[in-house]
Design a protein around this ligand. Structure first.
Ligand code: FUL
Length: 487
């Protein structure tokens, strides 16, 4: 008022001013983020959930796991034309949504015709060996509607420049950028933690050690790759997703998307979700004629203990010296797909009546109702009121159901919140009974699958339930869930 009359005095007409209406700060009434929160590329990465690792390269032909770097290029001579489409088709049958191809391991041999070294398929031992793996892999993934990415070893036991700045700027960075150019839609670049040690190094045959946290100039590398492939999560030393701390295919029952190791850290100050790398075969990462495939039941258990515990699972399925996945691998992968489908394929929650102890008030276009957890839409979610750190969710069926697993997913765009919960079911006599061991019922995160009998290895006969009740006992901030399923 005061200001207006002052302007009027200075010769402005009132019509020169427009009424500015202020939008309420939080028109959607969304809960405030509980930091840290993921970058969008990390959310998309998490949605890939279960994907394959394909260790294939020089070691496949020398029966090694870690080539020294002095292998003659001619030794790379596949007996057939390598077929990434066959690899990806087989893992898709197991329910995997993508794959990562090893295109340069520690021996430095590149499976594409790189400008950075002659130690590549350009000098392979036969015509099959000249097949450009990253190119075909990316094409096959797009054709099959799968995600893809590449493992490129920072450690290079072949390069004469390893340990110097020249390796970082002229070899490693350029290799990563060449690989980024194979597809702006790639979802992950895998940087191994094994860094420095003895090697050929252009004939020096010596030991070179580096400080992996600074040597590779990761901030620059990350920024340059993201310019080309914006949704490519840089794994490991790339710092956008973390190693789960073992190679046996399990994560902690408590698992935060911050911190390090099997359980993460509730106080971690940035988002670094866990990925579990594990082998589908008995011993090595690369194919060896003596290796056997793990059973579908064992792989299913790994799935429950990784994807079911807020980690992603990258399951290694090594192609053989013909450049294809062996029949035994393909068969077990099909069996795994069937098992996943039988045990986790039919969600009983959507046909239940769902009730919550509280739901926050609607926003302008959003609701936070219980129904959002069973509507099949990952972008709608239920949320409690600000200040609430506990809540109950009850599913009631018209007819008794036989139930084995509970699956929950937090709306992680607003941070990982839930710290503790319990699960009960109502028996046919109407009594409530607690299920699943309480020490396991802690974090949820991107995805949590609870075997209701507490066993990841024994399916059991299930529980005859009239209703299921989840009580969230503690949460860092008001809890959110976008999906709740029962199998
Ligand atoms: C390790 C490597 O040294 C192994 O050879 C393999 O590639 C595995 C996935 O990561 O650290």
């Amino acid at each position: 008022m005061c200001g207006l009359s002052m302007f009027a005095l200075q010769g402005f007409a009132q019509s020169d001013f427009q009424l500015v209406t202020q939008e309420p700060a939080n028109a959607e009434n969304q809960p405030a983020p509980c930091h840290p929160v993921p970058a969008e590329r990390q959310v998309l990465w998490n949605e890939t959930e279960f994907y394959a690792f394909f260790h294939y390269g020089m070691n496949t032909f020398t029966n090694a796991e870690w080539g020294y770097g002095n292998e003659d290029e001619s030794k790379y001579a596949p007996l057939g034309k390598p077929d990434p489409e066959q690899w990806l088709t087989a893992v898709k049958a197991a329910g995997m949504k993508g794959g990562i191809a090893v295109v340069k391991h520690h021996d430095g041999f590149c499976l594409w015709p790189t400008a950075t070294t002659t130690h590549s398929i350009a000098n392979a031992g036969n015509e099959n060996g000249k097949t450009n793996i990253p190119e075909l892999f990316a094409q096959a993934a797009r054709k099959l509607d799968m995600k893809y990415g590449f493992y490129v070893s920072p450690w290079d036991r072949n390069s004469a420049y390893y340990g110097t700045d020249k390796y970082v700027t002229e070899v490693f960075l350029k290799q990563c950028l060449e690989l980024a150019e194979y597809g702006s839609d790639q979802f992950e670049m895998w940087f191994d933690g094994a860094n420095g040690g003895d090697g050929y190094y252009g004939g020096k045959n010596t030991t070179i050690s580096v400080d992996k946290d600074i040597y590779y100039d990761i901030p620059n590398l990350r920024a340059r790759v993201h310019q080309i492939a914006p949704n490519c999560v840089m794994w490991g030393v790339g710092d956008e997703a973390r190693w789960i701390g073992n190679e046996s295919g399990y994560a902690g029952n408590t698992n935060w998307a911050m911190g390090s190791g099997e359980s993460g850290d509730i106080n971690g100050w940035y988002w670094k979700p866990g990925e579990s790398d594990a082998k589908a075969t008995s011993a090595g990462w690369f194919w060896h004629s003596t290796e056997t495939m793990k059973s579908a039941a064992t792989l299913f258990q790994m799935y429950l203990e990784t994807v079911g515990r807020n980690a992603t699972l990258i399951l290694n399925c090594p192609p053989n010296n013909y450049g294809v996945l062996p029949t035994a691998t393909v068969t077990q992968l099909e069996e795994l797909g069937k098992l996943l489908n039988t045990r986790l394929g039919t969600d009983l929650a959507p046909k239940a009546n769902i009730e919550v102890s509280e739901a926050r008030a609607n926003g302008a276009t959003r609701t936070y109702a219980a129904q959002n957890m069973i509507d099949g839409d990952k972008d709608t979610y239920w949320a409690a009121n600000d200040g609430s750190h506990s809540a109950t969710i009850t599913l009631t069926w018209d007819e008794t159901q036989t139930i084995h697993y509970l699956m929950m997913q937090e709306y992680i765009r607003l941070g990982q919140r839930i710290k503790d919960f319990k699960v009960e079911y109502m028996t046919e006599d109407g009594a409530w009974k607690e299920l699943a061991p309480s020490f396991e019922s802690t974090t949820v995160g991107y995805k949590r699958i609870m075997p209701l009998n507490g066993s990841t290895s024994n399916y059991g006969s299930g529980y005859k339930a009239k209703a299921l009740r989840v009580t969230i006992l503690d949460s860092r901030a008001c809890p959110t869930l976008h999906t709740l399923s029962v199998f």
